[in-house]
Ligand binder design. Structure first.
Ligand SMILES: [Zn+2]
Length: 117
């Protein structure tokens, strides 16, 4: 068990956010996204920095594990992107179940990519 620095509530070490006060428990969250088959081997890494200067950084990774390009968005632009993607996935009929099915494969991909770097 860990203790939240913000409210003192107890929480599991794996929690990203405090369940009692919602304050972030890590300064950076990272998630990898597998590319479309047309870009097989590449990946999109999204890093959310929960620091005093919050930002969301997108980087494109090659199959060799090299970052080819990167750009950071401010929080309001990242929120706008989230709304855009939410609207798009609704139009395509892609619900949470599709995401859940892809999850184990995605984790494997991220592990492979991380081993290379
Ligand atoms: Zn808390």
């Amino acid at each position: 068990m860990r203790v939240c620095a913000e409210c003192g509530g107890e929480l599991e070490a794996a929690f990203r956010f405090c369940p009692w006060c919602a304050s972030p428990q890590r300064s950076k969250l990272v998630e990898f996204f597998r590319a479309h088959p047309a870009d097989r081997g590449k990946a999109l890494r999204v890093s959310r920095y929960l620091t005093e200067e919050p930002q969301v950084r997108f980087s494109v990774w090659s199959s060799d594990g090299v970052a080819e390009a990167a750009v950071s968005l401010e929080e309001d632009e990242a929120d706008r992107l989230s709304l855009f993607l939410g609207a798009a996935s609704g139009a395509l009929g892609a619900g949470p179940s599709r995401s859940a099915r892809a999850f184990p494969a995605r984790r494997g991909f991220a592990r492979r990519l991380l081993r290379r770097t």
